[in-house]
Ligand binder design. Structure first.
Ligand code: PEP
Ligand code: MN
Length: 337
């Protein structure tokens, strides 16, 4: 059960004292301006009767058929993430493009120019990398974040970068969207600490994670203070290994019935192959995804990570043109941002 209160959750003294007296368990989401109180579902009807006339309350959402609270479409029907100028809604298909790893400023400069020229709003780049082999490039660290920040400022783009450890929390204060990677989707300590920055978080689905595990991780982020969560399907491990992972597009359609959070796809990691990225992105767009995160590199064959799946600059521009065309053809039209 979620109660929306008139002030902030901490100030709703009357409601909280009723709950305390009746020994009913509740949670106060840590969002700065949170007006929500999550109340345990046990004896919901009784709790409803107990609190319904309380003067602190604006509305009560209960009898939710799904086990999620703060991320549930049952609770909020059509909230749209407005990231200053960018709507993650069904009207748009938002592209987040950039290299897998930040390697140097010239590399970022080349990709970011293409992003800006194509009217994108977001630029991605990993400064801290979680590599399978300890001998592989681990990222430039703080230096990488600096390059990312400067590049984004110059090209009027919002930055997206992955955090891999709670030790680095303070270094991510200037990153616009913090990415939590597939390997850390269930690192609950990291989720809580990142949420406490009160930023937008891009949460990738673990490649072995079930949908409910994915959604509960998003629920953690919302409970512990994230401003908003963007969900990302990036391919799961199945019995087949012809492609790097298997892009679970069915999940995108399913999630839209359960949650109001935007859902984007990552065709680069899902396929592991440059030649499949275009068709998978188009399929995701036609299937109702709110966007895609795509790896792009000026010279993919020399990339320090994930070159095989990275589009060239030309390849990305071709994809953008195709998406613009597809956007005009489907539904009432989608803008590619
Ligand atoms: C990435 O985006 O570069 C990345 C490592 O993604 P994932 O966590 O999905 O593997
Ligand atoms: Mn990568």
């Amino acid at each position: 059960m979620i109660v929306t209160v008139k002030t902030t959750n901490k100030e709703s003294k009357e409601l909280l004292s009723i709950l305390d007296k009746a020994k009913i368990k509740y949670f106060l989401p840590k969002n700065i301006k949170s007006k929500w109180v999550v109340i345990e579902r046990k004896d919901e009807d009784k709790t409803y009767e107990l609190i319904k006339d309380c003067s602190d309350i604006e509305s009560i959402s209960y009898h939710n058929p799904y086990p999620y609270e703060l991320i549930s479409r049952y609770f909020i029907n059509n909230q749209i993430l407005k990231f200053p100028a960018v709507d993650f809604s069904d009207k748009n298909f938002v592209l987040i493009a950039g290299p897998c790893s930040i390697e140097n400023s010239q590399q970022c400069e080349k990709v970011a120019s293409i992003c800006e020229n194509n009217h994108l709003h977001f630029f991605r780049g990993g400064a801290y990398k979680m590599r399978t082999s300890p001998y592989d490039f681990q990222g430039l660290g703080e230096e990488g974040l600096k390059i990312l920040g400067n590049t984004c400022k110059k090209h009027h783009l919002y930055s997206v970068s992955e955090i891999v450890s709670t030790d680095d929390i303070d270094k991510f204060k200037d990153v616009d969207i913090i990415q939590i990677g597939a390997r850390n989707m269930q690192n609950y300590d990291l989720l809580k600490k990142v949420a406490a920055l009160h930023k937008v978080v891009l949460l990738k689905r673990g490649f072995g994670a079930k949908i409910n595990e994915f959604l509960y991780s998003a629920e953690y982020l919302m409970l512990y203070g994230a401003e908003y969560v963007i969900l990302c399907e990036r391919g799961i491990r199945t019995f087949d290994d012809e492609t790097r992972f298997t892009l679970d597009l069915g999940m995108v359609s399913y999630l839209k019935t359960v949650t109001y959070l935007p859902i984007i796809v990552d065709p680069s990691h899902a396929s592991g192959r440059r030649d499949l990225v275009e068709s998978m992105t188009m399929a995701a767009m036609a299937g109702g995804a709110h966007g895609a995160i795509i790896e792009v590199h000026p010279d993919p064959d020399k990339a320090l990570s994930d070159g095989k799946q990275s589009l060239t600059l030309e390849g990305f521009e071709i994809l953008k043109k195709k998406l613009d065309k597809l956007g005009k053809a489907i539904d009432d039209g989608k803008n590619v941002l």
